[in-house]
Design a protein around this ligand. Sequence first.
Ligand code: COA
Length: 333
Amino acid sequence: MNNRKYNAVITAVGMYVPDKVLDNKYFESIIDTNDEWIVTRTGIKERRILENGATSDLAAAAIEDLLKTKDIKREEIDAIIVATVTPDMFFPATACLVQDKIGAKNAWGFDLSAACSGFLFAFQVGSSLIECGTYKKVIVVGADKMSSIVDYTDRNNCILFGDGAAAVLLEPTEDKSVGLQDTILKTDGSGEAFLNMRGGGSLNPPSHETVDNKMHYLFQDGKSVYKVAVVGMADVSYEIMKRNNLTADDVAYLIPHQANLRIIDATAKRCGIPPEKVTINIDKYGNTTAATIPLCIVEYYRSGKIKKGDKLVLAAFGAGFTWGSAFYVWGVD
Ligand code: COA
């Protein structure tokens, strides 16, 4: 147990996924693929797509959903951190647009870019703001409109991603037995070559050439990423359990990033955690990047599966490379 006065605890949650569903049959009509390949290789059956609007709309809708369940005034929100790789624009930050949309007039905020590990990284940063005692109400939201950077002619990648957002409200507690207990967060920038979007930034400012070369789309060498992700996510989950003396029996749920069911299964196996203790939503939403983990949290909490005192292990792997894990004890009824 740490010496801090406060732990950060999630006291409310919210989510938003768009209504429009793209199922695997749809992809059969636009690329050379089939439902059986997609399901067996990835675990994905369908994903949601935002037709009108941007990432700030997804994030704001998730926070509105959160606020319906929590009796706080919008002016009480101190800070908003938006984890995303699909910001509305380079600047201002999506967090500023969200702050305006939800009317949190006393909040400051910023975006955090760590791809599929974005929520985990933002969760640590948001918790630090609470733990230091300076802030009382911090919202961390994972939000991505992946459909805005996916090339729907690239069959290797277009089947993988969906749009969505989910948010948590962090508040301080003096009860050290609950809230965020530990994190292990890692980056390895040599992984840039395998998963990136190289066009549009200062390296390759937008031009006819960047567009002609499809550099404004997500690029992924899926096989290479798979090999690193499957080891990285499993190792870091095992490591956080070991250093917190957690056995598989102690853990109520492993909450892994949802990129590929086979990566999730390998992570669970390495930690000795049985399938019924692993949260899954990849079948419904695909890879929603920064939103996968908080979407799992919201759905499993709201359906009564996550309960007060439950020990949770969160794990993610994404572009950068970035990866990490967290040990969290659920703190509210
Ligand atoms: N439908 C049908 N066939 C497809 C296909 C599709 N949508 N996409 C690729 N294929 C083909 C390939 O062309 C390849 O054919 P070939 O053997 O004739 O060349 C074959 O299927 C196998 O492709 P491969 O890349 O080896 O498949 P895979 O088992 O590695 O699965 C991914 C591909 C993308 C699902 C997998 O690599 C993956 O999940 N990668 C990691 C994703 C991830 O974790 N990202 C990190 C965070 S975002």
